[in-house]
Design a binder for this molecule. Structure first.
Ligand code: P53
Length: 478
């Protein structure tokens, strides 16, 4: 019989990252992370990576939305919406404040024990990212970030400590958030946040990028293997920013160009899911004379650490034209990026394309035949609070509804094996790319503003009740 509905145990929820919500950047023995030395920016105004915490800069992640102090109240609101799961990350610097200590910080471990207990009390399972743009700043200063092979060892130690500690509380893990953002090495924020490396300062940025990636692939595979030893029930995934590239036209050169560009998405999952470097990448290295240092055991490590599922974010698609390679590549794009005339864009220029979500689910499932998990999707927008306190965010509801409809087609009509759906920024938080509070994604509004004002009080937006009904009906009432 034809399956007409989403599976009963489908994981509806919401997603955030520690540094974008917690605040408490120096509390409980926490050390500074790379997010703590990122200034606030705006659309068109880049965030600055400062050399330590300096006077005269605004650091929005220091306070964020004080989830550190208010998580009980926030989790109660997630429970009210009926969340089955909640995706967040463990701030590495709460556990290893500098990154290279031999022993972890007990206060940090206790914080996540309490947080996970609170979630489980409400029947919400934690979905945990191990590294979400928040590595210890000390590892950048003293070791040069992920360029240094020693960081592999530090990350594996951190991961082992938390996987052992929470082995009965967390089942779903992910290693590196949006590991592929750094493929745009022309834009300093991405390399910095993924790896603590500003590729624009490297003599040969691609050489540095692939060396970093090799270290991260090895680290990720080691963590997958170790995790399965700690608890064979663990499901450990990779995490890809899935911004698919469409050919601008049916001109064969455009189509082929988009295929080549998609290698810049797939190479990450090819290594992490299949366990070896794909031929197109090896040829690319050869052609460019790149020599990546590897140790003899690495090949085996990669093969033994294939991920159980693919987590991915989906916000937008991009179109590419082979003749336009001299165009600027934009923040998320690729040379040859051109506006897609068939879709509209958000106030930040992110092109809104719900069908692209079904497309992504299909191409990823066809390629890997592994379960998928949509761990981010959402609409960043300015919200307006009416005189009576209402926030009518119909634009957000429209965006999410359209994407959920396409997601359902992928599962029900196309047979894609999908674990769950966690919209990004289920509670308003600090934007990653701009550091703004004003770019909001939440079902829950937080009274906090870019001029520093705000009480941090929480309130329900119109989308809150809408999403509650979506979950209660398992996606039937949209
Ligand atoms: P903000 C690019 C494409 C898709 C998602 O972003 C991306 C990016 C940025 O590299 O980032 C993810 O807050 C990221 C989150 C982030 C979210 O998207 O800039 O995993 O940390 O907050 C939304 O609007």
């Amino acid at each position: 019989m034809k399956q007409q509905r989403l599976p009963k145990d489908f994981l509806w929820g919401g997603a955030v990252a520690a540094h974008q919500v917690e605040g408490g950047w120096d509390r409980g023995g926490k050390g500074p992370s790379i997010a703590d030395v990122l200034s606030g920016g705006a659309h068109g105004v880049d965030r600055v990576m400062t050399d330590g915490v300096l006077d005269g800069y605004r650091y929005p992640n220091h306070q964020a939305v004080d989830f550190y102090g208010r998580y009980k109240q926030d989790i109660a609101l997630f429970a009210e919406m009926g969340f089955k799961c909640f995706r967040t990350s463990i701030a590495w610097t709460r556990i290893f404040p500098q990154g290279d200590e031999p022993e972890p910080n007990e206060a940090g471990l206790q914080f996540y024990d309490d947080l996970f207990d609170e979630l489980l009390k409400h029947g919400i399972q934690p979905v945990i990212t191990l590294s979400h743009f928040e590595m210890p700043y000390h590892l950048v200063k003293a070791y040069g970030g992920w360029k240094n092979r020693q960081v592999v060892e530090f990350f594996v130690r951190f991961s082992e400590v938390v996987m052992r500690r929470y082995r009965h509380k967390v089942k779903y893990w992910m290693t590196f958030n949006e590991i592929n953002n750094q493929s745009n090495y022309r834009y300093p924020l991405f390399g910095y946040c993924c790896s603590g490396v500003d590729y624009t300062r490297e003599e040969n940025p691609e050489q540095a990028l692939y060396q970093v990636l090799h270290h991260q692939f090895v680290a990720s595979a080691q963590v997958v293997k170790l995790g399965h030893q700690i608890n064979p029930e663990f499901k450990i995934g990779c995490m890809l920013a899935c911004v698919p590239f469409y050919p601008y036209s049916c001109k064969p050169d455009d189509v082929m160009y988009a295929v080549e560009a998609m290698h810049q998405r797939y190479l990450y999952t090819d290594v992490q899911v299949r366990g070896y470097y794909p031929s197109y990448l090896l040829r690319d290295w050869e052609r460019k004379g790149l020599r990546i240092e590897m140790q003899p055991q690495d090949e085996q490590i990669l093969r033994e650490g294939c991920t159980d599922y693919i987590g991915f974010s989906y916000y937008m698609s991009n179109a590419l034209q082979a003749d336009a390679v001299s165009n600027s590549d934009g923040m998320f794009g690729f040379p040859g990026n051109v506006p897609n005339p068939h879709v509209k864009a958000s106030d930040w220029g992110w092109q809104i394309d719900p069908v692209g979500l079904r497309y992504s689910l299909n191409v990823l499932y066809e390629r890997y035949q592994k379960p998928l998990f949509i761990v981010e999707n959402g609409f960043g927008a300015f919200d307006k609070v009416e005189a009576d306190g209402r926030i009518d965010d119909d634009y957000r509801i429209d965006y999410l509804r359209a994407h959920i409809e396409e997601m359902k087609k992928a599962v029900i009509d196309d047979g894609v094996d999908l674990i769950g759906y966690t919209p990004w920024g289920c509670i308003d938080c600090v934007s990653f790319t701009t550091g703004e509070y004003g770019k909001r994604y939440g079902f829950i509004y937080v009274d906090k503003h870019d001029d520093g004002t705000g009480t941090l009080a929480r309130s329900r937006k119109k989308s809150f009740d809408w999403y509650r009904r979506v979950i209660a009906s398992n996606g039937e009432r949209l």
